[in-house]
Design a protein around this ligand. Structure first.
Ligand code: PLP
Length: 425
Protein backbone atom coordinates (compact mmCIF):
# COMPACT_ATOMS: atom_id res chain seq x y z
CA UNK A 1 0.00 0.00 0.00
CA UNK A 2 1.44 3.38 -0.94
CA UNK A 3 0.81 5.44 2.14
CA UNK A 4 2.61 8.64 2.89
CA UNK A 5 2.25 10.66 6.04
CA UNK A 6 2.25 14.09 4.40
CA UNK A 7 -0.47 13.05 1.94
CA UNK A 8 -2.44 11.40 4.68
CA UNK A 9 -2.40 14.46 6.92
CA UNK A 10 -3.59 16.55 4.01
CA UNK A 11 -6.45 14.14 3.47
CA UNK A 12 -7.22 14.07 7.17
CA UNK A 13 -7.43 17.86 7.13
CA UNK A 14 -9.86 17.62 4.25
CA UNK A 15 -11.84 15.13 6.26
CA UNK A 16 -11.69 17.20 9.43
CA UNK A 17 -15.43 17.13 9.83
CA UNK A 18 -15.37 13.37 10.27
CA UNK A 19 -15.20 11.88 13.76
CA UNK A 20 -11.79 10.22 13.41
CA UNK A 21 -8.70 12.15 14.40
CA UNK A 22 -5.80 12.03 11.97
CA UNK A 23 -3.51 10.75 14.70
CA UNK A 24 -5.83 7.87 15.52
CA UNK A 25 -6.00 6.86 11.91
CA UNK A 26 -2.31 7.29 11.32
CA UNK A 27 -1.50 5.28 14.42
CA UNK A 28 -3.93 2.63 13.25
CA UNK A 29 -2.05 2.39 10.00
CA UNK A 30 1.23 2.02 11.88
CA UNK A 31 -0.10 -0.84 13.94
CA UNK A 32 -1.78 -2.39 10.95
CA UNK A 33 1.39 -2.63 8.92
CA UNK A 34 3.20 -4.42 11.76
CA UNK A 35 0.86 -7.37 11.32
CA UNK A 36 2.02 -9.75 8.66
CA UNK A 37 -0.52 -12.34 7.51
CA UNK A 38 -2.07 -14.57 8.77
CA UNK A 39 -4.27 -12.69 11.24
CA UNK A 40 -6.72 -14.51 13.51
CA UNK A 41 -10.35 -13.74 12.78
CA UNK A 42 -10.81 -12.92 16.49
CA UNK A 43 -7.72 -10.69 16.90
CA UNK A 44 -9.93 -7.81 18.01
CA UNK A 45 -7.04 -5.37 18.46
CA UNK A 46 -6.00 -5.86 14.86
CA UNK A 47 -9.54 -5.52 13.53
CA UNK A 48 -10.19 -2.47 15.72
CA UNK A 49 -7.19 -0.85 14.05
CA UNK A 50 -8.60 -1.78 10.67
CA UNK A 51 -11.86 -0.09 11.64
CA UNK A 52 -9.94 3.09 12.38
CA UNK A 53 -8.92 3.25 8.75
CA UNK A 54 -12.54 4.04 7.84
CA UNK A 55 -14.36 7.34 8.30
CA UNK A 56 -17.58 5.52 9.27
CA UNK A 57 -19.43 7.36 12.01
CA UNK A 58 -18.69 5.78 15.38
CA UNK A 59 -22.33 6.06 16.39
CA UNK A 60 -23.54 4.00 13.43
CA UNK A 61 -23.65 0.20 13.27
CA UNK A 62 -23.37 -0.06 9.51
CA UNK A 63 -24.41 -3.61 8.62
CA UNK A 64 -25.21 -3.03 4.97
CA UNK A 65 -22.00 -3.50 3.04
CA UNK A 66 -23.98 -5.47 0.45
CA UNK A 67 -25.41 -2.19 -0.79
CA UNK A 68 -22.36 0.02 -0.48
CA UNK A 69 -18.88 -0.58 0.89
CA UNK A 70 -17.45 2.48 2.64
CA UNK A 71 -13.87 3.24 1.55
CA UNK A 72 -10.90 3.42 3.93
CA UNK A 73 -8.77 6.57 4.08
CA UNK A 74 -6.02 5.34 1.72
CA UNK A 75 -8.65 4.95 -1.01
CA UNK A 76 -10.12 8.39 -0.36
CA UNK A 77 -6.64 9.86 -0.37
CA UNK A 78 -5.72 8.11 -3.63
CA UNK A 79 -8.77 9.61 -5.35
CA UNK A 80 -7.83 13.05 -4.12
CA UNK A 81 -4.16 12.62 -5.09
CA UNK A 82 -5.21 11.28 -8.49
CA UNK A 83 -7.22 14.42 -9.19
CA UNK A 84 -4.43 16.72 -8.05
CA UNK A 85 -1.92 14.86 -10.22
CA UNK A 86 -4.13 14.96 -13.30
CA UNK A 87 -4.84 18.65 -12.91
CA UNK A 88 -1.25 19.56 -12.09
CA UNK A 89 0.41 17.83 -15.04
CA UNK A 90 -2.57 18.07 -17.37
CA UNK A 91 -1.90 14.60 -18.72
CA UNK A 92 -4.57 12.44 -20.28
CA UNK A 93 -5.17 8.94 -18.98
CA UNK A 94 -4.31 7.28 -15.70
CA UNK A 95 -6.61 4.27 -15.66
CA UNK A 96 -4.48 1.96 -17.83
CA UNK A 97 -2.97 -0.02 -14.94
CA UNK A 98 -6.25 -0.71 -13.15
CA UNK A 99 -7.32 -3.69 -15.27
CA UNK A 100 -4.11 -5.51 -14.29
CA UNK A 101 -4.64 -4.61 -10.63
CA UNK A 102 -8.19 -6.01 -10.64
CA UNK A 103 -7.09 -9.03 -12.69
CA UNK A 104 -4.55 -9.92 -9.99
CA UNK A 105 -7.25 -9.88 -7.33
CA UNK A 106 -9.78 -12.03 -9.18
CA UNK A 107 -7.59 -14.53 -11.02
CA UNK A 108 -7.93 -13.16 -14.54
CA UNK A 109 -5.56 -11.80 -17.17
CA UNK A 110 -5.35 -8.00 -17.53
CA UNK A 111 -6.72 -8.25 -21.09
CA UNK A 112 -9.87 -9.93 -19.77
CA UNK A 113 -10.91 -6.98 -17.60
CA UNK A 114 -12.99 -4.09 -18.96
CA UNK A 115 -13.50 -1.09 -16.68
CA UNK A 116 -17.12 -0.11 -16.05
CA UNK A 117 -19.09 2.09 -13.68
CA UNK A 118 -21.02 -0.62 -11.87
CA UNK A 119 -22.44 -4.14 -12.03
CA UNK A 120 -25.44 -3.04 -14.03
CA UNK A 121 -23.30 -1.75 -16.89
CA UNK A 122 -21.43 -5.06 -17.04
CA UNK A 123 -24.68 -7.05 -17.01
CA UNK A 124 -25.97 -4.95 -19.91
CA UNK A 125 -22.79 -5.52 -21.93
CA UNK A 126 -23.10 -9.28 -21.34
CA UNK A 127 -26.82 -9.39 -21.99
CA UNK A 128 -26.85 -7.33 -25.21
CA UNK A 129 -23.62 -8.76 -26.61
CA UNK A 130 -24.97 -12.25 -27.29
CA UNK A 131 -26.76 -12.95 -30.59
CA UNK A 132 -29.92 -14.39 -29.02
CA UNK A 133 -33.07 -15.04 -31.05
CA UNK A 134 -36.76 -15.25 -30.24
CA UNK A 135 -37.44 -18.40 -28.23
CA UNK A 136 -33.86 -18.79 -26.95
CA UNK A 137 -33.96 -19.62 -23.25
CA UNK A 138 -32.05 -18.00 -20.39
CA UNK A 139 -31.93 -19.54 -16.91
CA UNK A 140 -32.03 -17.09 -14.00
CA UNK A 141 -33.05 -17.09 -10.33
CA UNK A 142 -36.11 -15.80 -8.51
CA UNK A 143 -33.65 -13.83 -6.35
CA UNK A 144 -32.29 -11.33 -8.87
CA UNK A 145 -31.42 -7.73 -8.14
CA UNK A 146 -33.03 -5.23 -10.50
CA UNK A 147 -29.59 -4.64 -12.07
CA UNK A 148 -29.28 -8.36 -12.80
CA UNK A 149 -32.87 -8.87 -13.94
CA UNK A 150 -33.94 -5.78 -15.84
CA UNK A 151 -31.51 -5.96 -18.79
CA UNK A 152 -32.69 -9.53 -19.45
CA UNK A 153 -36.35 -8.57 -18.99
CA UNK A 154 -35.76 -5.82 -21.51
CA UNK A 155 -34.35 -8.29 -24.03
CA UNK A 156 -37.31 -10.55 -23.35
CA UNK A 157 -39.61 -7.64 -24.17
CA UNK A 158 -37.70 -6.50 -27.25
CA UNK A 159 -36.44 -9.78 -28.70
CA UNK A 160 -38.74 -12.47 -27.36
CA UNK A 161 -36.11 -14.47 -25.50
CA UNK A 162 -37.58 -16.71 -22.79
CA UNK A 163 -36.51 -16.30 -19.16
CA UNK A 164 -36.85 -19.30 -16.82
CA UNK A 165 -36.25 -18.81 -13.11
CA UNK A 166 -35.40 -21.25 -10.31
CA UNK A 167 -35.33 -20.57 -6.59
CA UNK A 168 -31.93 -21.27 -4.99
CA UNK A 169 -32.31 -24.35 -2.76
CA UNK A 170 -31.17 -25.03 0.81
CA UNK A 171 -28.17 -27.00 -0.46
CA UNK A 172 -25.72 -26.41 -3.29
CA UNK A 173 -26.42 -29.91 -4.63
CA UNK A 174 -30.16 -29.28 -4.88
CA UNK A 175 -29.55 -25.88 -6.50
CA UNK A 176 -27.50 -27.63 -9.16
CA UNK A 177 -30.33 -30.14 -9.71
CA UNK A 178 -32.84 -27.34 -10.11
CA UNK A 179 -30.71 -25.69 -12.79
CA UNK A 180 -30.14 -29.00 -14.58
CA UNK A 181 -33.88 -29.67 -14.66
CA UNK A 182 -34.54 -26.34 -16.44
CA UNK A 183 -32.08 -27.00 -19.27
CA UNK A 184 -33.60 -27.75 -22.67
CA UNK A 185 -32.27 -27.76 -26.22
CA UNK A 186 -33.19 -24.07 -26.39
CA UNK A 187 -31.15 -23.03 -23.34
CA UNK A 188 -28.44 -20.63 -24.48
CA UNK A 189 -27.44 -18.85 -21.28
CA UNK A 190 -27.30 -19.26 -17.52
CA UNK A 191 -27.39 -15.69 -16.20
CA UNK A 192 -27.33 -15.86 -12.42
CA UNK A 193 -25.77 -14.04 -9.49
CA UNK A 194 -22.72 -15.60 -7.87
CA UNK A 195 -24.23 -14.54 -4.53
CA UNK A 196 -27.85 -13.30 -4.69
CA UNK A 197 -28.33 -9.95 -2.95
CA UNK A 198 -31.42 -11.21 -1.16
CA UNK A 199 -30.05 -13.76 1.31
CA UNK A 200 -26.34 -13.97 0.52
CA UNK A 201 -26.35 -17.58 -0.52
CA UNK A 202 -23.16 -18.54 -2.36
CA UNK A 203 -24.20 -20.50 -5.43
CA UNK A 204 -21.98 -23.43 -6.52
CA UNK A 205 -20.58 -21.50 -9.45
CA UNK A 206 -17.81 -23.82 -10.49
CA UNK A 207 -20.16 -26.81 -10.78
CA UNK A 208 -22.79 -24.71 -12.54
CA UNK A 209 -20.23 -23.46 -15.07
CA UNK A 210 -18.97 -27.00 -15.63
CA UNK A 211 -22.51 -28.24 -16.27
CA UNK A 212 -23.10 -25.34 -18.67
CA UNK A 213 -19.83 -25.94 -20.52
CA UNK A 214 -20.74 -29.62 -21.03
CA UNK A 215 -24.03 -28.55 -22.60
CA UNK A 216 -22.64 -25.67 -24.71
CA UNK A 217 -24.45 -23.03 -22.62
CA UNK A 218 -22.94 -19.61 -21.85
CA UNK A 219 -22.51 -18.52 -18.23
CA UNK A 220 -22.88 -14.77 -17.68
CA UNK A 221 -22.58 -14.04 -13.98
CA UNK A 222 -23.76 -11.12 -11.88
CA UNK A 223 -20.74 -10.92 -9.56
CA UNK A 224 -21.77 -7.99 -7.38
CA UNK A 225 -20.87 -9.85 -4.20
CA UNK A 226 -17.77 -11.92 -4.92
CA UNK A 227 -14.61 -9.80 -5.24
CA UNK A 228 -13.33 -8.52 -1.90
CA UNK A 229 -15.49 -10.99 0.03
CA UNK A 230 -14.06 -14.28 -1.21
CA UNK A 231 -10.68 -15.30 -2.62
CA UNK A 232 -11.56 -15.64 -6.31
CA UNK A 233 -10.05 -17.35 -9.30
CA UNK A 234 -12.25 -16.60 -12.27
CA UNK A 235 -10.21 -18.88 -14.53
CA UNK A 236 -10.87 -21.74 -12.15
CA UNK A 237 -14.59 -20.92 -11.88
CA UNK A 238 -14.63 -20.97 -15.69
CA UNK A 239 -17.59 -18.70 -16.35
CA UNK A 240 -17.71 -16.85 -19.68
CA UNK A 241 -18.21 -13.40 -18.19
CA UNK A 242 -18.55 -11.91 -14.72
CA UNK A 243 -19.86 -8.40 -14.04
CA UNK A 244 -18.82 -6.81 -10.76
CA UNK A 245 -18.21 -3.51 -9.03
CA UNK A 246 -15.46 -2.04 -6.89
CA UNK A 247 -17.84 -0.15 -4.60
CA UNK A 248 -19.17 -3.01 -2.48
CA UNK A 249 -16.81 -5.66 -1.05
CA UNK A 250 -13.70 -4.16 -2.64
CA UNK A 251 -14.30 -0.94 -0.66
CA UNK A 252 -13.45 1.21 -3.66
CA UNK A 253 -14.87 4.50 -4.95
CA UNK A 254 -18.58 4.55 -5.75
CA UNK A 255 -19.34 4.31 -9.44
CA UNK A 256 -16.46 2.00 -10.35
CA UNK A 257 -16.77 -1.52 -11.64
CA UNK A 258 -15.40 -4.09 -14.01
CA UNK A 259 -16.47 -6.77 -16.43
CA UNK A 260 -14.44 -9.95 -16.82
CA UNK A 261 -14.73 -11.57 -20.24
CA UNK A 262 -12.92 -14.89 -20.66
CA UNK A 263 -10.33 -14.58 -23.41
CA UNK A 264 -11.91 -17.33 -25.50
CA UNK A 265 -15.31 -15.62 -25.21
CA UNK A 266 -14.22 -12.22 -26.56
CA UNK A 267 -15.09 -13.07 -30.14
CA UNK A 268 -18.58 -14.31 -29.15
CA UNK A 269 -19.56 -11.22 -27.14
CA UNK A 270 -20.36 -8.37 -29.51
CA UNK A 271 -19.33 -4.87 -28.36
CA UNK A 272 -21.89 -2.15 -29.12
CA UNK A 273 -20.68 1.06 -27.49
CA UNK A 274 -17.26 1.62 -29.03
CA UNK A 275 -14.78 4.47 -29.41
CA UNK A 276 -11.28 5.48 -28.31
CA UNK A 277 -9.48 2.52 -26.76
CA UNK A 278 -12.06 0.07 -28.09
CA UNK A 279 -10.43 0.10 -31.53
CA UNK A 280 -7.14 -1.27 -32.89
CA UNK A 281 -6.01 2.15 -34.21
CA UNK A 282 -6.53 1.29 -37.87
CA UNK A 283 -9.81 3.06 -38.63
CA UNK A 284 -9.55 5.80 -41.28
CA UNK A 285 -12.44 7.90 -42.48
CA UNK A 286 -10.27 9.46 -45.22
CA UNK A 287 -9.35 6.16 -46.86
CA UNK A 288 -11.16 4.82 -49.91
CA UNK A 289 -13.04 2.78 -49.09
CA UNK A 290 -13.43 3.99 -45.52
CA UNK A 291 -11.62 1.64 -43.14
CA UNK A 292 -12.82 0.46 -39.76
CA UNK A 293 -9.89 -1.66 -38.69
CA UNK A 294 -10.96 -3.94 -35.86
CA UNK A 295 -11.91 -4.01 -32.22
CA UNK A 296 -9.20 -3.81 -29.60
CA UNK A 297 -7.76 -7.33 -29.23
CA UNK A 298 -8.78 -7.56 -25.56
CA UNK A 299 -11.63 -6.59 -23.23
CA UNK A 300 -10.83 -2.93 -23.85
CA UNK A 301 -13.26 -3.28 -26.77
CA UNK A 302 -16.10 -3.02 -24.20
CA UNK A 303 -15.15 0.39 -22.78
CA UNK A 304 -14.08 3.45 -24.64
CA UNK A 305 -13.41 7.14 -24.22
CA UNK A 306 -12.28 9.06 -21.18
CA UNK A 307 -12.50 7.20 -17.88
CA UNK A 308 -12.66 8.51 -14.31
CA UNK A 309 -8.88 8.34 -13.80
CA UNK A 310 -8.86 9.48 -10.18
CA UNK A 311 -11.61 7.05 -9.19
CA UNK A 312 -9.63 4.23 -10.72
CA UNK A 313 -6.59 5.41 -8.73
CA UNK A 314 -8.87 4.79 -5.77
CA UNK A 315 -9.59 1.29 -7.11
CA UNK A 316 -5.83 0.65 -7.33
CA UNK A 317 -5.55 1.73 -3.69
CA UNK A 318 -8.51 -0.46 -2.72
CA UNK A 319 -6.79 -3.50 -4.21
CA UNK A 320 -3.59 -2.52 -2.36
CA UNK A 321 -5.59 -2.19 0.86
CA UNK A 322 -7.13 -5.64 0.41
CA UNK A 323 -3.77 -7.16 -0.41
CA UNK A 324 -2.08 -5.47 2.55
CA UNK A 325 -4.53 -7.11 4.92
CA UNK A 326 -4.75 -10.24 2.79
CA UNK A 327 -7.86 -11.57 1.08
CA UNK A 328 -7.70 -14.79 3.12
CA UNK A 329 -7.62 -12.80 6.37
CA UNK A 330 -10.49 -10.65 5.14
CA UNK A 331 -12.51 -13.68 4.12
CA UNK A 332 -11.90 -15.46 7.44
CA UNK A 333 -12.87 -12.39 9.44
CA UNK A 334 -16.06 -11.69 7.55
CA UNK A 335 -17.03 -15.35 7.49
CA UNK A 336 -16.57 -15.43 11.28
CA UNK A 337 -18.80 -12.35 11.63
CA UNK A 338 -21.33 -13.93 9.25
CA UNK A 339 -21.30 -17.12 11.34
CA UNK A 340 -21.74 -15.12 14.51
CA UNK A 341 -24.72 -13.29 12.98
CA UNK A 342 -26.21 -16.56 11.75
CA UNK A 343 -25.86 -18.27 15.14
CA UNK A 344 -27.24 -15.31 17.07
CA UNK A 345 -30.28 -15.19 14.78
CA UNK A 346 -30.79 -18.96 15.10
CA UNK A 347 -30.69 -18.59 18.89
CA UNK A 348 -34.07 -16.78 18.70
CA UNK A 349 -35.58 -20.16 17.78
CA UNK A 350 -38.93 -19.96 16.05
CA UNK A 351 -39.22 -16.21 16.68
CA UNK A 352 -36.84 -15.53 13.81
CA UNK A 353 -36.84 -17.20 10.42
CA UNK A 354 -33.31 -17.38 9.02
CA UNK A 355 -33.55 -17.76 5.26
CA UNK A 356 -29.88 -18.16 4.35
CA UNK A 357 -28.95 -21.85 4.02
CA UNK A 358 -27.34 -23.60 6.98
CA UNK A 359 -24.56 -25.38 5.09
CA UNK A 360 -21.30 -23.51 5.70
CA UNK A 361 -20.07 -23.53 2.08
CA UNK A 362 -23.24 -21.72 0.97
CA UNK A 363 -22.89 -18.64 3.14
CA UNK A 364 -20.38 -16.03 4.17
CA UNK A 365 -20.97 -12.39 5.07
CA UNK A 366 -24.62 -11.84 4.10
CA UNK A 367 -27.45 -13.31 6.14
CA UNK A 368 -31.17 -13.00 5.40
CA UNK A 369 -33.97 -13.30 7.95
CA UNK A 370 -37.48 -12.34 8.98
CA UNK A 371 -38.74 -11.57 12.47
CA UNK A 372 -41.94 -13.62 12.86
CA UNK A 373 -45.05 -11.51 13.02
CA UNK A 374 -43.13 -8.27 12.41
CA UNK A 375 -43.37 -6.30 9.18
CA UNK A 376 -39.86 -6.32 7.69
CA UNK A 377 -40.04 -2.77 6.38
CA UNK A 378 -41.18 -1.49 9.77
CA UNK A 379 -38.36 -3.36 11.50
CA UNK A 380 -35.85 -1.94 9.03
CA UNK A 381 -37.07 1.58 9.91
CA UNK A 382 -36.88 0.78 13.63
CA UNK A 383 -33.23 -0.24 13.13
CA UNK A 384 -32.49 3.00 11.27
CA UNK A 385 -34.03 5.01 14.10
CA UNK A 386 -31.63 3.23 16.43
CA UNK A 387 -28.52 3.81 14.30
CA UNK A 388 -28.33 0.27 12.97
CA UNK A 389 -28.38 0.12 9.19
CA UNK A 390 -29.39 -3.16 7.57
CA UNK A 391 -31.37 -3.69 4.34
CA UNK A 392 -35.01 -4.34 3.68
CA UNK A 393 -35.38 -6.87 0.85
CA UNK A 394 -38.52 -6.06 -1.10
CA UNK A 395 -37.36 -7.74 -4.31
CA UNK A 396 -39.36 -10.54 -5.86
CA UNK A 397 -41.94 -10.49 -3.06
CA UNK A 398 -39.45 -11.69 -0.44
CA UNK A 399 -40.28 -9.07 2.22
CA UNK A 400 -37.26 -9.99 4.33
CA UNK A 401 -34.21 -8.39 5.95
CA UNK A 402 -30.51 -8.63 5.23
CA UNK A 403 -27.40 -8.13 7.37
CA UNK A 404 -24.05 -7.79 5.63
CA UNK A 405 -20.83 -7.37 7.56
CA UNK A 406 -17.33 -6.43 6.42
CA UNK A 407 -13.94 -6.09 8.13
CA UNK A 408 -14.80 -2.76 9.78
CA UNK A 409 -17.61 -4.43 11.76
CA UNK A 410 -17.45 -6.23 15.08
CA UNK A 411 -19.60 -8.50 17.23
CA UNK A 412 -20.84 -5.60 19.38
CA UNK A 413 -22.50 -4.06 16.32
CA UNK A 414 -24.19 -7.37 15.52
CA UNK A 415 -25.29 -7.54 19.18
CA UNK A 416 -26.95 -4.13 18.82
CA UNK A 417 -29.09 -5.58 16.05
CA UNK A 418 -29.95 -8.60 18.21
CA UNK A 419 -31.10 -6.28 21.01
CA UNK A 420 -33.45 -4.56 18.57
CA UNK A 421 -34.84 -7.95 17.53
CA UNK A 422 -35.33 -8.80 21.21
CA UNK A 423 -37.36 -5.60 21.59
CA UNK A 424 -39.78 -7.00 19.02
CA UNK A 425 -40.06 -10.62 20.13
C1 PLP B 1 -26.69 -9.01 -6.94
C2 PLP B 1 -26.61 -7.58 -7.41
N1 PLP B 1 -26.59 -7.32 -8.71
C3 PLP B 1 -26.52 -6.08 -9.20
C4 PLP B 1 -26.45 -5.00 -8.36
C5 PLP B 1 -26.35 -3.63 -8.93
O1 PLP B 1 -25.09 -3.12 -8.67
P1 PLP B 1 -24.64 -1.70 -9.24
O2 PLP B 1 -25.38 -0.68 -8.49
O3 PLP B 1 -23.17 -1.68 -9.03
O4 PLP B 1 -24.97 -1.69 -10.68
C6 PLP B 1 -26.48 -5.21 -6.98
C7 PLP B 1 -26.45 -4.07 -6.03
O5 PLP B 1 -26.73 -4.17 -4.87
C8 PLP B 1 -26.58 -6.52 -6.49
O6 PLP B 1 -26.63 -6.79 -5.18
Amino acid sequence: MTFNRRNFIRSAALLATLPLSELDAFAAKGRLSRHAPPVADDDETYWRNVRQMFPISKSLAYLNNGTMGPSPYPVIEAVHAGMVLADRDCNYGGWEATSAKIAGLVGASPGEIALTHNVTEGVNIMCWGLPLRKGDEVIMTTHEHVGGAFPWLNRQKLHGIVLKAFTPAATAAETLNRIASLITKKTKVIAIPHIPCTQGQILPLQQICQLAREKGIYTLIDGAHGPGMLPLDLHELDCDAYASCCHKWMLGPKGTGFLYVREGFLSALQPYFVGAGGDDGKWNMAATPIEMGAYAPDAHRYYSGTQAASLFKGVDAAVDFIETIGIDNIHNRIKALGNYTYNELMAFGDKVEVITPAEPQSRCAIIGFRVKGVDSNKFYTYCLENSVRIRYVAENGLQSLRVSTHIYNNKQEVDKLMELISDMT
